[in-house]
Design a protein around this ligand. Structure first.
Ligand code: ASP
Length: 357
């Protein structure tokens, strides 16, 4: 009986919304009640990130900004074309991430950050929202595109996560491209490591003037990720990273951890994270967003806000996520100064962002 006024109000809204667009606009601007009407905002959609951090306009040259934007666009258009032609969200996620992995601009594949031991150790994961199948690789040094390895682990092995030398053997057995570890060297990332080491040495020597600049803080970040919804209603998510500069002792971050760095479930959403991995693991960021939707009835926007603007910062962490839900709603939420990001919907509308708008 208590629900009667609500139902009457709902009928009233229906009768007065002349077309689908009007209803969709309502759905975007309000929350749970309208979401439960199951309105499809976009038949298919894709979102990518290239890492979150202290990304400030004043520290960016015009050429750098243009280079990031053009690589983000190149990558997302690969995935968009796959989805538009009826391809799967898994293919879109993998192929889009490949473009970002092959670019030295991002902390994944070529361009991965350096460990304390001056090596590059890469992590990646992928998840299929239809089957809840998942694959992840951690700490590999020779696999050119770790997201491909994550995918074959998901599809061709009985396991979910492989690490180090074993993961590399499996990659070779599967015929994936393997490179000399020197392939991952980039001068920029090497200099970032040297700056951090210098800062740490000065701090240890108790030098009060040890200078902690934005580039040091930023050198933590730069992971890439992609989430997609395909025309069959299947969601997928993937993440690939070099981890954090100066990481030690075989450190693994959130990116290859299913539920922290990557999660996809056709009943809720697909999420890829980027940020300070230790906190993202402890907050189980990607799964928590899905769980808030599944068990608490939150919409994607509110669920992402809850985790990224409250839970993670309350623990002391920072970073962001990209996500898409089963209705094609897109969210790009971060608590840092910026996050490289882009999205496209079924109409082919492209959004590219770097800083807070
Ligand atoms: N989350 C990654 C890690 O902690 C880093 C990043 O997103 O930039 O390994």
């Amino acid at each position: 009986m208590k629900k009667l006024p609500f139902l009457i109000a709902l009928c009233f809204i229906f009768l007065h919304c002349k077309n689908k667009e009007e209803l969709q606009a309502l759905s975007r601007n309000s929350h749970t009640q309208i979401d439960s009407l199951d309105l499809q905002v976009s038949e298919f959609a894709i979102v990518i990130h290239g890492g979150a951090g202290t990304i400030l306009k004043e520290n960016m040259t015009a050429e750098n900004e243009a280079a990031y934007k053009s690589k983000l666009e190149e990558a997302i258009r690969i995935g968009y074309d796959i989805l538009e032609n009826g391809g799967s969200s898994l293919d879109a996620v993998e192929k889009t991430i490949n473009v970002l992995e092959d670019s030295p601009l991002f902390n994944a594949g070529k361009g991965a950050v350096f460990t304390n031991a001056e090596t590059n150790e890469l992590d990646a994961s992928i998840m299929d929202g239809k089957t809840l199948n998942a694959g992840a690789s951690a700490g590999t040094k020779t696999v050119k595109n770790p997201i491909d390895l994550a995918r074959v682990i998901m599809e061709e092995s009985p396991h979910v996560m492989l690490s180090g030398a074993g993961a590399e053997t499996f990659a070779m057995e599967q015929g994936l491209e393997v490179v000399d570890s020197s392939y991952f060297f980039t001068e920029n990332r090497f200099q970032s490591l040297q700056r951090i080491k210098e800062y740490e040495a000065q701090k240890q020597a108790n030098n009060k003037t040890a200078f902690y600049d934005a580039t040091i803080k930023d050198s933590k970040f730069g992971t890439v990720g992609c989430v997609a919804l395909d025309k069959n209603g299947n969601l997928a998510a993937g993440t690939s990273t070099g981890g954090m500069t100066n990481k030690r002792w075989g450190r693994i971050g959130d990116s290859p951890i299913i539920g922290a760095g990557t999660y996809a479930n056709n009943n809720t959403c697909a999420v890829s994270s980027t940020g300070w991995g230790e906190f993202f693991i402890r907050a189980m960021v990607a799964y928590d967003i899905s769980a808030l939707m599944e068990y608490k009835g939150l919409n994607l926007k509110d669920a992402a806000k809850e985790v990224i603007q409250k839970k993670v910062p309350e623990l002391g962490g920072d970073g962001g996520i990209i996500a898409v839900d089963k209705h094609g709603n897109i969210v790009m939420e971060f608590n840092t100064a910026g996050m490289y990001r882009a999205s496209m919907n079924e109409k082919g509308e492209l959004y590219i962002g770097i800083y807070k708008d």
